[in-house]
Design a binder for this molecule. Sequence first.
Ligand code: ADP
Ligand code: ASP
Ligand code: MG
Length: 460
Amino acid sequence: MVKILFLAPQPGTYVLGLQLTRIIMKVLKFGGTSVGSPERMKKLLEIVDASERQIVVLSAVSGTTNSLVEIGQAYLLGDKPNAAILITALKDKYEVFIKELFAKPEFLAQGKEVIDYHFGLLSSLANDLFTSIEDKIILAQGELLSTTLYHVYLKEIGVPSVLLPALEFMKTDEDNEPDVDHITAQLTPLLEAAPNINLFITQGYICRNAFGEVDNLRRGGSDYTASLIGAGIRSEEVQIWTDIDGMHNNDPRIVKGTKPIAQLSFDEAAELAYFGAKILHPQSVFPAQKYKIPVRLLNTMDPQAQGTLITNDSEKNQIKSIAAKDGITAVKINSSRMLLAYGFLRRVFEVFERYKTSIDMITTSEVAVSLTIDDTTHLDEILGELKAFGDVEVDFDQTIVCVVGDFATDKHGFGSRVLEAIKHLPLRMISYGGSNHNLSVLVKTEDKVEALRSLHSRLF
Ligand code: ADP
Ligand code: ASP
Ligand code: MG
């Protein structure tokens, strides 16, 4: 077993006795493509103004986390030779990367030490019992590599910076919920300890869980890190720098001619992120929303582009954007006992609660209830219990298509426009009125592309 995970000092006992005021400090997050090559990494300083105090959150170099996932899978399968091949292939890429990143032999040697350490750790896992704990250690190496290499690069070019270890301040509790107060308490003294430094570099995505193990905030989690740090230090603004000029009004990977949206409310952005807009991690809006921190989505490849500003404000009377979430399973419970009965829905929900399975969409009639889940880990047990209530039907391979806009209760006409646009497609469920800004329909995944394109051409 690997005992010492990282040489991180024990968290201090710093107690926040003062009321935090807004710190004039921005948090800038750069995604995988934004640090995807030595050239891109060097260009970050065209965006990061080194004369301003700020925290820079980096993802892993693009492709790295996918490779680390594969390495972990090989180990989990006990296929050590394949793990070794994958590790060597990834290391070779980093050997090339550092040769282009560093100009001076002294710093190239430091870069080499960094990659030797991290790849040595990956290889050493072959000697141990391999569990999900070691798997998460593997996944953490991408962000540790990118930030450490960038920190050495800044040293080479003479820009003072501090490398903040995310594993010391980013923590989740027993329910995998991040702890903003812990972030504030741990991060504040680290920032105060370096009053003359402007640039603080840290890892996105990685954290420690309630057991103190290395863990992560799920795929795409660096956005969440940035927002949590923003909340933790009551930052002036969080900027998410990526490879596109903001949140578009539909999925640009599927629909042609999508356009960036200049302004979104936190609620609208949260719905879009949750229902599939990959540009933002599903949970990343909530910390910023809670502490009223503006979030800007900006394009590293086109820094002058306006991007998207997410605040409490929103343009009224508009359909804003469309997103889609795959991998949805619909469950319908038919029960004559539901007729005029109270407490029925509670008992249904309790089944899902017992298996920690969250429900996304729900529709009811007098004798049936349909709902959707995206996590089928405990589906068999859930279905077993639901059968006690009546007949249960399950549909796999469904997609939630979510239209976001200003659908306040005094507005009219939006529902008919949406349904008109997809009248040629079979709909499994429709949900409207749950919030003021979401109209969702459930379609078969095979109909998703047509639904997105048809909605786009008729709504925009
Ligand atoms: P990063 O590595 O910077 O975190 P991601 O790949 O996670 O970047 O997110 C950016 C990508 O999200 C874009 O390249 C785009 O293909 C995809 N995307 C999906 N839906 C949307 C949307 N509605 N608006 C903008 N981008 C979107
Ligand atoms: N590197 C992680 C991933 O690929 C986190 C991130 O990029 O946000 O999922
Ligand atoms: Mg991302």
